[in-house]
Write a protein that binds this ligand. Structure first.
Ligand SMILES: [Zn+2]
Length: 91
């Protein structure tokens, strides 16, 4: 179980994160995108290193205790499983 930093788009309610260095994701309305995420072992948190679009602090949050390991999260992106691409059900 890990904590994942996410961006929630106020316009379309998409909850997105970046699961790996090259995991570029855009919310459903296209207003916000994230890229360059990585797993921070020290804080047990998935980080978003870059957010593209007009956002405010209230768009950012952490969803705690998501039932996934960092390796699974990476594979979710790398193998195109995409179970954790949108995180609305955990938010
Ligand atoms: Zn949106």
């Amino acid at each position: 179980m890990i904590n994942i930093r996410v961006v929630k788009c106020k316009q379309c309610s998409s909850v997105i994160t970046s699961r790996a260095n090259h995991d570029f994701n855009t919310c459903k309305c296209g207003q916000l995108s994230v890229d360059g995420g990585y797993f921070n072992k020290d804080t047990n948190t998935q980080c978003i290193t870059r957010i593209i679009g007009s956002f405010q602090q209230e768009h950012l949050s952490i969803i705690p205790d998501i039932p996934v390991t960092p390796e699974q999260l990476y594979n979710d992106w790398n193998k195109g499983i995409n179970e954790f691409k949108y995180l609305e059900k955990y938010a």
